[in-house]
Design a protein around this ligand. Structure first.
Ligand SMILES: [Mg+2]
Length: 265
């Protein structure tokens, strides 16, 4: 997965700004000489807010885990409840109209939680450490997501995955999704990953073999268009933790899962 716009490159920001700006309680009070722009939210406080939001604690192995009682978990529970009600109704309606209903899930931080990686690396991104992390196939579930995947299947809705993970990461993604109990349609006909070497023809407007110029929205919306127009499904709902998972149409409804730890344009 490509994460080009991490918003909080804390280590780098502190190195540039100097220790005086990054110590506890620094630089927020009495800024009478501040310039006309608003001072951004303090990055040290933001990290604390993120820890509180997830209820982050290190487990016995030193792995950072989110708490099932956290505000994050509560936000997800509300979203899941609304989504189940909607999926049930929309699936019936679609079948009544002779349509094949489908739901689409992003993978990273929609189904598999990357909190340990994000906190461990101070919310920065590095292709090598990220690939190592993904390939361990040991990420925990985003609370409620495996249950939601299985709920959709139980209601006769086809489950698809639409992810920025690469083809090389397919075995790890499948293994990890099995491990968390999201064992639904984990085949290549339902799991769309980024194939930069041999992109599918339906992405030919932005990708040809060896030349990949698709934005995230072009890639993801183009894949949903393929699911609807070529495979004949009606996407009743699309789930993602980034707006770029959701923009570009080809879904009757979108669900934005919370993720304050990075931004993918
Ligand atoms: Mg994601």
């Amino acid at each position: 997965m490509h994460k080009p716009l991490r918003i909080a490159a804390i280590a780098a920001a502190c190195a540039v700004a100097g220790a005086g700006l990054c110590g506890a309680g620094a630089a927020t009070a009495g800024q009478s000489t501040a310039n006309s722009t608003h001072e951004p939210y303090n990055i040290g406080l933001l990290v604390k807010d993120i820890d509180t939001y997830y209820g982050t604690t290190a487990d016995a192995d030193g792995v950072y885990q989110a708490s099932p009682d956290s505000p994050y978990a509560k936000d997800l529970a509300r979203l899941d409840k609304a989504a189940r009600t909607y999926i049930d109704q929309a699936a019936r309606k679609a079948r009544h109209k002779g349509e094949k209903p489908a739901v689409v899930f992003d993978i990273d931080d929609t189904l598999l939680l990357s909190l340990d990686y994000e906190k461990r690396y101070n919310y920065t991104y590095n292709a090598t450490t990220w690939a190592d992390y993904v390939n361990r196939a040991d990420r925990p579930a985003v609370f409620g997501s495996p249950e939601l995947v299985r709920y959709a299947e139980k209601k006769g809705v086809a489950v698809f995955y639409n992810s920025g993970l690469s083809e090389a990461q397919r075995p790890a993604a499948v293994e990890n999704l099995k491990k968390i109990g999201a064992e639904v349609n984990l085949d290549a006909d339902h799991m769309f990953l980024k194939d930069k070497a041999n992109p599918p023809s339906y992405l030919s407007a932005c990708a040809t073999p060896g030349t990949w110029n698709c934005t995230t929205v072009q890639y993801k919306a183009g894949t949903r268009k393929h699911i609807e127009d070529d495979l004949g499904y009606e996407i009743i709902a699309n789930f993602g933790d980034q707006y770029s998972d959701l923009d570009g149409g080809y879904a009757d409804r979108t669900y934005k899962l919370p993720n304050p730890t990075y931004f993918v344009s």
